[in-house]
Design a protein around this ligand. Sequence first.
Ligand code: PMP
Length: 427
Amino acid sequence: PYDGPSAADIARKRAEYLSPSLFHFYSKPLNIVEGKRQYLYDEHGRRYLDAFAGIATVCCGHCHPDVVDAITRQAKRLQHSTVLYLNHVIADFAEALASKLPGDLKVVFFTNSGTEANELAILMARLYTGSHDIISLRNSYHGNAAGTMGATAQKNWKFNVIQSGVHHAVNPDPYRGAFGSDAEKYVRDVQEIIEFGTTGQVAGFISEAIQGVGGIVEVSPGYLPLAYDKVRKAGGLCIADEVQAGFARVGSHFWGFETHGVVPDIVTMAKGIGNGIPLGAVVTTPEVAQVLTRRCYFNTFGGNPLCTAGGLAVLEVLEKERLQENAFVVGSYLKDRLRGLQEKHEIIGDVRGTGFMLGIELVTDRQLKTPAKDEICHAMEHMKDMGVLVGKGGFYGNVFRITPPLCFTKEDADFFVEVMDIALSKL
Ligand code: PMP
């Protein structure tokens, strides 16, 4: 049993000593003290089904014993910066990670977060091409340091500091976008940015395959191959941000970009790579990787033994427990069931996503697509009271984000749908 400080004590300390910009989802925030597989437990021992997994971070399940063992064993043996001496852990993990990527994508740079990974990817694209301009998609999230805040394209996440050299292309959003799913029309904007906003040469293009923070928006089928083509013709590199979609989450494939049939020049990752520990990575080709030999590139904690031992264990668990297959099978089942809910509840405007990266957009008017901002907060609160935690996001904050640990079962999916059904009925 938990005998730590009460929720009220923690809230008081948090208000006094932690960032005032922190936010929480619920009117009475939960005090979560333990996690196991797809469940979280509060201080009273109450169990919650976790359908958000720390923002798509926990892939193997909370505190997976194999991952915990790998980390603790390593912590007892050696924890040191990786750069000065040889150690096998970082090399073993880099090799294992490279084996999951197609083509010549085999050189790994480790970082500590998704922001750092994207900063590095953008830097490499600029160095490699000698150009500065980056194209990203509106509604995307790529991080919150100077360069990545520029690439992030939602006012909610931007501060008024210099974010130079990023152009934001019209989002190929099948639900809200002006051109529906018409990839060719959307990609004209990429071409126009290149022609009218740059010298005609760009450093690169960065995109998620499914926008996570943006509200589980799957970029229109056919868009990425066309966009990659335009960007490459303008001398740019294509960066796939797999921070949320990567690591088996989309089910049908290991990486989100694979669902679009493209091979990027640089892939960035974080979140799921470490099942909750701070770890990120950039993977690119030997040719692109060469650019960092022009100066010293150094990252004290990037690829440290503890995190890379954990990362290697994550890959082994994904394989051993066939979690990608589970994401595909249970994710498809859950999506079907959510489509059923859509028939019953007028407020569900759209059900979308792939595998265990699913979104439900709530609207008060299906024709006008008016965001149901308050309704979603009430529904989330009800769901929490019934023992289910779900995320939300999207530009208007009206999209449920369902990104559970990949060990989520069919029974969990049924329970989730039942609880959501009751919550939406109560609105
Ligand atoms: N890219 C994507 C797609 C993300 O969702 C996030 C985090 N929400 C990031 C990058 C930044 O990752 P981090 O918070 O680890 O810096």
